[in-house]
Design a protein around this ligand. Structure first.
Ligand SMILES: Cc1cc2nc3c(=O)[nH]c(=O)nc-3n(C[C@H](O)[C@H](O)[C@H](O)COP(=O)(O)O)c2cc1C
Length: 368
């Protein structure tokens, strides 16, 4: 089993000091236009220094990709100074700073976009209450979107980040191009599994190209994905196995499986012998490091994840206890303030009471 304390060196040369990664969690604390605030800087600062790396909450790469108010933006050069402050405070005591970049696609609305209709691969609304039907993007807009991911990567490099994570998970636009629910196109961007993957293929190559040409030393690129969708049609484990196989052959630095529970078993009958995490790890077969996540409360779950991954993502427990990693690595879990324990997927017991976290809503519809 991989040890929590061991360093890891990524393909592009960056070394992280231990296996803990603070997972991307939007703070909703940015200014109205996506500029970093002082509150955000201090929030990240208090959670850096002990983890191997911190991944920021999602930052939109173009204006119509904004998913909610208070979201980070990397859609213009004017955001670079604020992002540079964020990168600088995260890079404390050797922690590495990774900017998550994304576009919300159909998972936003014309209120957030100030009257502009959301866009997606096709004009199909998501299956959530009140979802608006998006406008299908023109082929030229798809090319422009890829170009904006490239520009966002260049800005992350200029701001001093150590890497970017492509947010291909949690139902946002990258996933929307791969999903048979949201992508009903019959052009070069859709129509078959291979063509639904075409956008991801071009996107990853485009971003890697920017990094390679930038001359940035040790700048890494990761890719986050969700394994299954509940919609019909929707992404199934067989699609994900295809995606993982393709991505593992790219010169990416890591893959990141987005889950709320690392022990989760697939809903597909053909993939019930082990956890989704184990299937994904086996499919990668050592080609690229994997971040596993979902339900880490302490050492026990972290070690459970490291049976089938090289890195451990920690989300909510890092919100509750900024020094979670330091205390776990020092063998002092008893000192963790607000220790989380899960009663079921939606309800968490915190050391001083019960917090019904996502009452009445599907977790996937809330998790950004
Ligand atoms: C408040 C909050 C905000 C989140 N924002 C993001 C985000 O911006 N990008 C993302 O990929 N995942 C986001 N997530 C999902 C987390 O990164 C993580 O996958 C999830 O919380 C499960 O990990 P955990 O059980 O350790 O909390 C968010 C989760 C929470 C609780």
């Amino acid at each position: 089993m991989t040890k929590m304390t061991g360093p890891l060196t990524f393909r592009r040369g960056l070394t992280i000091k231990n296996r803990f990664i603070m997972s991307p969690m939007t703070t909703k604390m940015s200014f109205f236009d996506g500029t970093v605030t002082n509150d955000e800087v201090s929030y990240y600062s208090s959670r850096a220094g002990e983890n191997g790396a911190v991944i920021t909450g999602a930052a939109n790469v173009q204006d119509n990709g904004k998913g909610w108010d208070g979201e980070l933006s990397v859609a213009d050069d004017k955001f670079i100074p604020g992002l540079a402050k964020l990168a600088a405070v995260i890079k404390k005591n050797g922690t590495k700073a990774i900017l998550q970049i994304f576009h919300a696609g159909r998972m936003t609305d014309s209120g957030v976009l100030h009257g502009v209709q959301p866009v997606s691969a096709s004009a199909v609304a998501s299956e959530r209450p009140g979802a608006e039907t998006p406008r299908a993007m023109e082929s030229a807009e798809v090319t422009e979107l890829i170009n904006n991911f490239r520009k966002a990567t260049r800005r992350a490099i200029e701001a001093g980040f150590d890497g970017v994570e492509l947010h291909g998970a949690n139902t946002y636009i990258i996933q929307q191009f791969f999903s048979p629910h949201s992508n009903r196109r019959h052009d070069e961007w859709g129509g078959s599994l291979e063509k639904r993957y075409h956008f991801i293929d071009e996107l990853v190559d485009g971003v890697l190209d920017v990094v390679d040409k930038s001359g940035a030393k040790n700048f890494i690129v990761g890719y986050r994905f969700s394994p299954e969708e509940y919609e019909n049609p929707g992404i199934r484990m067989s699609d994900t196995m295809y995606l993982v196989d393709k991505l593992a052959d790219k010169p990416l630095d890591y893959l990141h499986l987005s889950e709320n529970d690392y022990k989760r078993v697939s809903v597909s009958d053909d993939y019930k012998d082990k956890s989704i995490l184990a299937y994904v790890h086996d499919q990668i077969n050592g080609r690229v490091p994997l971040i596993g996540i979902g339900g880490v409360e302490g050492k026990e779950q972290a070690e459970g994840i490291l049976n089938n991954a090289e890195l451990v993502g920690v989300g909510i427990q890092m919100l509750l206890e900024p020094h979670f990693v330091g205390k776990v690595l020092a063998g002092h879990e008893e000192l963790i303030n607000h220790k989380l324990s899960r009663m079921d997927q939606d309800t968490y017991q915190i050391s001083n009471g019960t917090w019904d976290f996502l009452t009445g809503m599907k977790p996937d519809s809330l998790i950004d």
